[in-house]
Design a protein. Structure first.
Length: 331
């Protein structure tokens, strides 16, 4: 038994990691479904109490009297009554935070021996799984973020938005997909980082950041955002978000396991995707405030069937791509 574990140590650790992620996400989902709605319902009340408290502050009163324009401008940034207030402020803060994380990661990749050593160590461990049966499964998973599958999904989403008569959703959708893709392409040219030595699938592009990880967050993240906005059930919205996070982690893990990328490449891709997803959501919510998008539409049976047909098409297309294009590339 001990000998068997030693021979399959990396595979065992992989299984434990995936199981741990599933357990954590399941617990998080259960907690949010049980208490999340109650917390969200209390947010407006708590915010009103805070406004009343700060409204009585002597320092804020002096600020209001001495600098009325600055006071009212700051107050507008914190109001929850419209999108241009607190929602937009939070989105800008999120974008700034993601950018800071990305530039910090870039600095570490360029100058830090620690993160490079970690990348090499993880890559060496993944190399020991090159003959494992799980490789075929992860090739199928990684194909969901391929260029072919991405183009197919973009086409299907365009058709769906035309059928449900919500074309302005495509503005944010295309910002997420095209913006993240172009940014990643330019970043690869700028950093020119070579891929791991023991790569399993032949690739011509550079390594940092991971294009698959970027597309995973930007593309599937926006699809999840669409599904959440169209859904009217809180539990369903939470499940959609959790499934998307798990799916994104699987694709990122597939890039590392197949030695297509280093760990830091995948993390960089996640950050780039998150940045453009935030930009896309900001634009989409702005269009909603101008009555260009209606999330409260009634779905007909035909439209629902079209959604499921699109999902089936993506599954079939991805399977074909993995079988006839990706698998033959195994080195």
């Amino acid at each position: 038994m001990i000998t068997l574990i030693q021979k399959n140590q990396q595979l065992l650790l992989l299984g434990v990691f995936i199981l741990l992620v599933v357990v954590v996400l399941w617990v998080l989902q259960s907690v949010i479904i049980r208490y999340g709605q109650k917390v969200l319902n209390q947010v407006p009340t708590c915010w009103t109490v805070l406004e009343q408290y700060f409204g009585k502050s002597k320092r804020l009163t002096r600020l209001k009297n001495n600098y009325p324009k600055l006071y009212h401008a700051s107050l507008q940034r914190l109001t929850v009554q419209h999108f241009y207030g607190l929602p937009l402020t939070v989105l800008f803060l999120v974008m700034g935070y993601i950018l800071a994380l990305f530039f910090g990661l870039v600095e570490d990749v360029v100058t830090s021996d620690t993160i490079v050593a970690t990348d090499f160590f993880v890559s060496q461990q993944m190399s020991m799984l090159s003959e494992s049966p799980v490789v075929t499964f992860f090739i199928f998973i990684t194909s969901f973020a391929s260029t072919a599958t991405t183009c197919l999904i973009v086409l299907l989403v365009c058709i769906l938005c035309w059928v449900i008569r919500q074309p302005y959703i495509l503005v944010g959708f295309l910002i997420a997909t095209l913006g993240s893709t172009i940014f990643t392409f330019l970043s690869k040219l700028l950093f020119h980082r070579t891929r791991p030595v023991d790569i399993l699938l032949f690739e011509q592009t550079d390594s940092f950041p991971s294009g698959h990880a970027t597309v995973t967050v930007a593309l599937y993240g926006f699809l999840a955002y669409m599904a959440i906005r169209f859904s009217r059930n809180f539990a369903t919205q939470v499940r959609i978000a959790v499934i998307t996070v798990f799916f994104s982690l699987l694709i990122g893990l597939s890039r590392i396991l197949l030695n297509e990328h280093y760990l830091s490449d995948v993390l960089g891709g996640y950050l780039v995707g998150a940045l453009w997803l935030t930009v896309a959501i900001s634009v989409t919510e702005w269009l909603r405030t101008r009555d260009k998008i209606d999330w409260q539409i009634s779905w007909s049976v035909t439209q629902v069937r079209l959604v499921w047909l699109n999902i089936v098409c993506v599954l079939i297309g991805t399977s074909i791509y993995a079988e006839f294009y990706q698998l033959p590339l195994l080195i």
